[in-house]
Each structure stands twice: as C-alpha cells, then as structure tokens.
Design a binder for this molecule. Structure first.
Ligand SMILES: [Zn+2]
Length: 121
C-alpha cells in the first residue's frame, strides 16, 4: 500500500501575489470608455450603483464634470484607494434627465481579497 496520496494535498495560498503583466501599450493616454447602457436618471444610476449593478462592486462618487453640452457624473471603483483605476460615469445631456452609462475599459485591479473592509461612514 502506497501512501503517496497524501502528497496530492497542496496548500493553496490565497494571496494573489503575482503582478499581472500588462502588454506594453505605446499610447496610454486618456482612458477609453465603453458604453454600458442607458439610464433614466442620475437617481436611478445611483440606485444601480448601490445595488452593485455594475461589476458587482461599490463605486464612490468622484465628481461632476460640466461640459458644454452635457454633465458627466463620475464614480470611481471603491478600491481606487488601493490602486484600482476603473471608473464609470453617467453622461446626461443638457436639459435631459436620462443619460448613458460608460465604463472605463481597463480591468479592475488591486482589489483586496478579504471582505473585512471597514466601511467609511
Ligand atoms: Zn475596481
């Protein structure tokens, strides 16, 4: 009888420590954004964000950009402080209530694995 079976048990460490290697992009200028969906209002957008509708993560309000013909309400991924660069915004044209949701096309990164994050009051 061999006892080699016990060797199959390998300790899988949960810490993700390998830095992802991104292909070197020559021009990393402004973030590119992809259209996600239409949204009926800023209130609705905030509601969707609260319900983790987008990427199943929380987003923190970043600011409103007032442009010539529209307002952009930008939110950052809640892991932004840890280094995540993902952001999302709702674009509402002047004199309109409904808008369009756009999300940056970069990937989420630097999310902590444990969910014992103390929420900021
Ligand atoms: Zn993120």
């Amino acid at each position: 009888m061999s006892s080699s079976a016990s060797l199959l048990e390998n300790n899988f460490n949960d810490t993700v420590n390998d830095a992802e290697e991104f292909p070197k992009t020559k021009q990393s200028k402004a973030k590119a954004y992809d259209f996600v969906e239409d949204c009926e209002s800023l209130e609705e957008f905030k509601k969707l964000i609260k319900n983790l509708h987008f990427d199943n993560v929380s987003w923190n309000f970043h600011g409103t950009n007032k442009l010539a013909d529209c307002d952009k309400h930008t939110f950052d991924c809640k892991f932004q402080k840890k280094g995540c660069k993902k952001s999302i915004y709702l674009k509402i044209k002047n004199d309109e209530i409904n808008g369009s949701v756009y999300i940056s096309d970069n990937e989420h990164s630097n999310h902590s694995n444990d969910e014992t994050v103390t929420s900021v009051a």
